[in-house]
Write a protein that binds this ligand. Structure first.
Ligand code: URA
Length: 266
């Protein structure tokens, strides 16, 4: 019965490649869409197995035991280096996703490693890629002004990073596999910084950070938490969006004042 359960698991995972399936007479094994016992609770009878046609010229395939060994050996988990210096070096030499092929520089993060506030954007743009520092283009200048209005500066009491550390070509959104590959780096930055509050800027950063598909309008204005430490997260507009839509600057200002109040309290 155990073997039967495993067979069902393999089939569910689309990995079933038995060449030894029992086939109705005249039906080539390769064309048989499913084992005859697909919906049965019991494995095929010994007679059914014994009478199956012998594979003639099927290519060599890995036996089920080897496949099961693969299934039972979890993919190795990447463990990011434990300190800031090691982490920065790991990011600099990272080849965990395809963005490494098109980047000029990795963009690790900037600011005080004692900061109570962590600002997280989506990913580097062209200027950030050229300089290796987050938020240094036009949107970055606006971000600096916004932070200054609540007494914060990247040189002293805020830490700024992105969900992905390499520029997605053509300024496209970072893809799921790229965000996943970079996640251990961001998670370690958060673990090391232990921010009192995270401010996620823009829909992409917020959705990727919070693993949500909700629109920004739903994510903004409500508190969230992130990670094992349950770090509070607020979501607000991306400064690049504010440059295009200045009418939303007032709402952004309300968000910043809330950030300020929360940090004052914390
Ligand atoms: N936009 C981002 O989200 N991050 C940057 O670093 C620059 C622009």
């Amino acid at each position: 019965m155990e073997a039967h359960r495993r067979a069902r698991l393999l089939r569910a995972l689309d990995l079933e490649v038995w060449t030894s399936r029992a086939a109705p007479a005249g039906v080539p094994v390769e064309d048989d869409p499913a084992p005859p016992w697909a919906d049965a609770d019991e494995p095929p009878s010994a007679t059914a197995v014994a009478t199956r046609p012998a594979p003639v010229s099927a290519p060599a395939r890995r036996p089920p035991a080897a496949l099961l060994a693969d299934l039972e050996t979890p993919a190795p988990v990447y463990v990011a280096p434990a300190d800031w210096q090691g982490l920065a070096e790991a990011v600099r030499s990272c080849t965990r996703c395809k963005l490494c092929k098109t980047r000029t520089n990795t963009v690790f993060g900037v600011g005080s490693t004692d900061a109570p506030l962590m600002v997280i954007g989506e990913g580097p743009g062209a200027e950030e890629d050229a300089r290796g520092e987050p938020f240094v283009g036009a949107a970055g200048k606006l971000l600096d002004e916004m932070l200054r209005s609540v007494g914060r500066a990247r040189s002293s009491n805020v830490y700024i990073a992105n969900v992905v550390k390499c520029r997605p070509p053509g300024n496209r959104d970072p893809e799921t596999d790229e965000v996943a590959a970079c996640r251990p780096f961001l998670d370690r930055q958060i673990e090391l910084l232990k921010p009192t509050l995270i401010l996620a800027l823009g829909r992409i950063a917020a959705q990727r950070l919070l693993s949500s598909t909700a629109p920004l309008s739903k994510l903004r204005g409500v508190p969230h938490v992130y990670g094992a430490a349950n770090t509070p997260v607020l979501v607000s507009y991306h400064p690049a969006y504010l440059l295009r839509t200045p009418s939303d600057k007032l709402k952004s200002w309300h968000d910043l004042k809330q950030v300020h109040r929360l940090l004052d309290r914390g």
